[in-house]
Design a protein around this ligand. Sequence first.
Ligand code: GAP
Length: 513
Amino acid sequence: MHEFSVIQVAKKQETDAELANKVINLCQRRGIIVQSCEIYGSHAGFFDYGPLGAQLKRNLENNWWNAFVTGREDVVGVDGAIVSPRALWKASGHLDSFNDPLVECKKCGLRSRADHLVEDELKINVDGLSTAHLQELVHEHKLKCPKCKGELLPIRTFNLMFKTHVGATADEATEVYLRPETAQLIFANYKLVQFVSRKQLPFGIAQIGKAFRNEIAPRNFVFRCREFSQMEIEYFIHPAKLDDCPLLSADLLDTKMVLFTQENQEKKAEPKKTSLRDALDKKIIGTRWHAYWLAASHEWLVSLGLSALKLRLRQHTKDELSHYSSETWDVEYEYPWGWKELMGIANRTDFDLKQHAKASGKDLSYHDQATNEKVVPFVIEPSLGVDRLLFTLLMDAYCEKGEGGEAKTLLSLSPKIAPVFVSVFPLMKKDGLAEKARDIFLDLKQQGFAAEYDEGGSIGRRYARADEAGTPYCITIDYDSLKDDTVTLRERDSGKQERIGLKDVACALHKKL
Ligand code: GAP
């Protein structure tokens, strides 16, 4: 938990729906995230990031990459193409199975996502329900079209992939798809990457990049959009060694997390705080490597400042498992619209590598030098949407200081990811203050700090502007600074100010990173 936890408690007073709207308004007001191509009125589900948003997104991606790729010896990174041939998506199963349940109105033709319609109309959580079960609910409750109250046609499936063709001929040979997950490019390149990186099992391949899904109903801002970025790791493990996980330390095993198991969901029982040790002993979590990636993912999310009280791990029910998965856990966050998936951690077994080996005719097995045997590795996959995480962090960090019309917005973002780390203000523009402040600002920039300079308006207004952008530290240069080379360093959440020597500024800021 970072040092700004006091503010996080205060913001719990927000009513949920209000909170989401306030964050969306803030994103629009400060150009953090806006509807894409607004001047022409674009399609729903596409967004553009302004300067603050782009930097925040980059900081998140860099933090993840440092934690899971450069910071480890067992994971390497790749960057695959976005467009890939039909054959890849046929083999991966996406062409046949990457579908959402679609329901259409007989009268007005409105198309809705069946699970969303049932959830909205009946005010129940439908996670884990099969299409057949959704159809039963539509039938049983005589649900109608949300727009014209017309009768609904039977639920059918809708494939979420965007299709196009390469070159001037449009036939099956030129048919390509925008990737709906980054993972498949990792599987397709697995053999090459393993060879060039000389990694032995277990090892991971990570990727950050765009994914596209033609969502029937994009909603909740960037929570569910049609173009988004994913950060994914495919972690390859010897199939006989899924429980041989040296990284699962005693500390991690004792970590307690809120688990919402398949069994609890079926019995309509409450989620329960459980240690990983207990969950493994009772076979609630299938393998130790899966448990490790659940703990490592949870730990990283909390290290960004996300409130652990709003996180839980929900196991996919049998009906809801993706076509490639034998076991999946979602890290869920308590959103204003209920507990929903923030990220997923699946056991993809050897499904993908076997499918691609079969379809391409290439040998994708691994030669285990210790036993001189050929095996097809199993895969544990932690998969996370950057945009969804960013929005979650903004909602988690949003709070207001003061009452009523006087209330000022503050984003209590962790200094590790805040788009601007320090803002530099001259008390006045005159008498050499601005020049001195600019020198300090440029010096901080040269030293690699994400610094900003602001001389517009009263000092109070400048603090408010910085707080709203989530800037954790501000430095003010005043008349004393000219005499004794000291400045005021202000901390965002507590409002605490300290006077420090100019020569100590960089060192003090480094310590806060
Ligand atoms: N490779 C596995 C996979 O893609 P997923 O649960 O479909 O699994 C992984 O997606 C993560 O990607 C989700 O947990 C979420 O964070 C993000 N994500 C999925 N669909 C999204 C959408 N339409 N908009 C924004 N983020 C999305």
